[in-house]
Design a protein around this ligand. Structure first.
Ligand code: UGA
Length: 438
């Protein structure tokens, strides 16, 4: 099918490349001339494992191209995916400006029946709003608006696109559902479940999924606090809980709080949507409050590890991105943590395998280093903030010798406490008991 994907951010680019890989003819559109020029030259603007290969393969096979010409892309497509940004407004609600602009452009340039699909995470009712905008232009061609939320994790987005747990389709007519099934045809043969519902349910499935995962993470983060007070071990508690198939083991990894471009934005939008419909979604509100508090707790944890006083201390931070395998700094827990350390008088040295360039937009007065060992040089503590694989098997003798004091604060519970203590570190992690039996 001829498809256009509007917006070549993270979601748009992965969607465009993935749909082309399914055999569709895809045009990816963006207003950003520099980005489109770069993509035409085979440069991928974000770090996402496997994306460059998927893009170049489909470009070479003639199924994927890039343009800034929106009218042409609208005319060429039977199906138009909207994947533009929906950034949060100061009150937590999603800003639909770009989505609305695209809807107006579709109405202006449509030259036949169009299937319009929202991939961007949009508040409930946006599908109907797009339909109203397009039909208000009074064109004779038919339009159907479908919701098809994305469930891509940064760092494993390609796998999530090509082999998803489910495909959610929110539509109001049978023909649209059939067209969507055609677009996603290869997933049928993999027996991936398709959840077909109305537009509102589909839009809510996205928020409910991200909201629930945020609850799960926040729950285990609070359990970690309790563990520290009662002498329990959060890893063991999570395992003991997670083996119950009703609970499941995933997203029970305690840490410095969730971040990224999705969970913080979507939990806050979920609370806002609910409020606007006259209901205080108390769990969502609590998750937002607790998640902020958890991040600040990490500053206290680091302070305690260096003896209580941060003034005059140098703290070495390993990892800046909100999670490994991405260069994304948006809402990374390291932002409030580093700001908190600096506000209390500490100097910060930091290293991240991919995110340093993006980090420079968020921090002042940090010394950026080239690897874990140079980061540790002369520091009063080494803090593991993002669990990149390259930090898992460091040469800890070298690290200990580079540090001014052998203090290791593991905010991702990656290292074995017993081993770290044997290696001579004063070791702190999140919610783990010293005497947990392995
Ligand atoms: C998340 C969802 O997992 C995707 O399904 C969804 O499509 C995406 O948002 C989106 O809405 O676009 P992502 O933000 O890329 O994906 O990353 P996750 O792997 O979900 O991690 C989010 C945050 O939670 C990270 O800060 C991570 O460190 C934290 N986390 C995750 C934990 O602290 N503990 C866990 O057990 C899992």
């Amino acid at each position: 099918m001829n498809i256009s994907v509007i917006g070549t951010g993270y979601v748009g680019l992965v969607t465009g490349a993935g749909l082309a890989d399914f055999g569709n003819d895809v045009i990816c559109v963006d207003v950003d001339v520099r980005k489109i020029e770069a993509l035409k030259n085979g440069e991928i603007p974000i770090y996402e494992p496997g994306l460059d290969t998927l893009v170049s393969k489909n470009v070479n096979e003639g199924r994927l191209r890039f343009t800034t010409d929106l009218p042409e892309a609208i005319r060429a497509a039977r199906a138009i995916f909207i994947a533009v940004g929906t950034p949060p407004k100061p009150d937590g609600s999603a800003d639909l400006r770009y989505v609305e602009e695209v809807a107006h452009s579709i109405a202006q340039h449509m030259n036949g029946p169009k299937l319009v699909i929202t991939k961007s995470t949009v508040p409930i009712g946006t599908g109907r709003l797009i339909e109203r905008i397009i039909t208000s232009h009074g064109k004779e061609h038919s339009v159907s608006v479908v919701s098809n939320p994305e469930f891509l994790r940064e760092g494993s987005a390609i796998e999530d696109f090509l082999e998803p747990d489910r495909v959610v389709i929110g539509a109001s007519d049978k023909q649209s559902v059939e067209l969507m099934k055609e677009i996603y045809a290869p997933l049928h043969s993999l027996e991936i479940p398709f959840v077909v519902t109305n537009v509102e349910s589909s839009e809510l499935i996205k928020y409910a999924s991200n909201g629930f995962l945020a609850v799960k993470i926040t729950f285990i983060n609070e359990i970690a606090v309790v563990c520290e007070r009662v002498g329990a071990d959060v890893q063991d508690v999570a395992r003991g809980m997670g083996l119950d198939s009703r609970i499941g083991p995933k997203f029970l990894q305690a840490g410095p709080g969730f971040g990224g471009s999705c969970f913080p934005k979507d939990t806050s939008a979920m609370a806002d949507i609910s409020r606007r419909h006259g209901y205080e979604f108390e769990i969502m509100e609590a998750v937002l409050r607790v998640n902020d508090a958890i991040k600040l707790r990490m500053v206290d944890k680091i302070a305690e590890a260096v003896g209580g006083e941060l003034r005059g201390k140098t703290i070495a931070i390993l990892g800046l991105a909100f999670k490994p395998e991405t260069d994304d700094m948006r809402d990374s827990p390291t932002i409030p943590i580093i700001n908190g350390l600096q506000a209390r008088g500490a100097s910060v040295r930091a290293y991240d395998p991919q995110a340093i360039e993006n980090a420079k937009m968020f921090f002042k007065d940090i010394t950026y280093c080239d690897d874990a060992y140079s980061t540790a040089e002369g520091a009063d503590a080494l803090v593991l903030a993002t669990e990149w694989n390259e930090f898992r098997a460091l040469n800890f003798d070298r690290i200990r010798k580079a540090l001014r004091a052998p203090v290791l604060v593991d905010l991702r519970n990656v290292y074995d406490p017993h081993r770290m203590r044997t290696l001579g570190f004063a070791y702190t992690s999140v919610g783990r008991a010293e005497d947990a039996q392995k």
